[in-house]
Design a protein. Sequence first.
Lengths: 148, 145
Amino acid sequence: MPSVMTSKVIPAPIDTVWNMVRMFNGHDHWHPIVANSQIEKGTAEDQIGCVRNFKLSSGEELREKLLTLSDAETMFRYCLIETPIPLYNYVAELRLIPATLQNHCFIHWSARFQTPKDQTKALINLVQNSIQRAGIQAIEKKVTAHVD
Amino acid sequence: MPRIFVSSVIPAPVEKVWERVRDFNALPDWVPMVAESHIQDGMLPDQVGCIREFSLQNGDRITEQLVALSDYDMSISYTMLMTPMALENYFATLRLTPVTETKETFVEWSAEFDCAPEDAEDLIETVSVGVFETALKALARRFLS
């Protein structure tokens, strides 16, 4: 089962980053590939089990379910439940850890999934670059703009 | 029970940093206040259960036991057996995670221990600033040149 992770230290306090990313429905405000997103059935976006239904700027529609949200550990986990992209049993985790000596924030985004063998390489690349790396860069840009 | 958490970024790939910190007998190589260290009873420094006995520059002697070592998680945990500090049940873990975007290393060092309530503030300061911060800054410097 492929697993992919991307991590970076962002020069902003962890609270600033967490306030932004803990909102499960807020990714359309910062992730460059997410065009719009809504929570199904009018549930709260920090209610475990809620589903975000969102559209990519390329047109694909996906649904993801919130599995875990921890303010104590500053992390959340979610899984894909519907996707036109062949990412099966996809579970991802985004975790923040303070870098106490710098008062910066270490961000760690990981995912594992199953996919047809001939597509493994392309999808690892998609998850790593278009989702994780692009997302982390966008988070950094947004929070450091606030800090400055 | 006081808890301590100190973390930082080391400007080197995780494999290089792990090679250094996984050696339970190598404190004198990177922790400035440690003068000398040896492993008791002829055990190896990566043998879980081994005991390191080391002396500080100020002459204090400390023994610590390796209770967990994982090359897979890049983490090392140990307890303190003998120390001049007024604390007990000291348990610490040092863990490394790669920073993939910059090819550096994120290091977390945590500890918990029991002590008399009136000593807690001083002991937290000693361990977090005097030991962990000082050691992590020294570790970072070793990889700068």
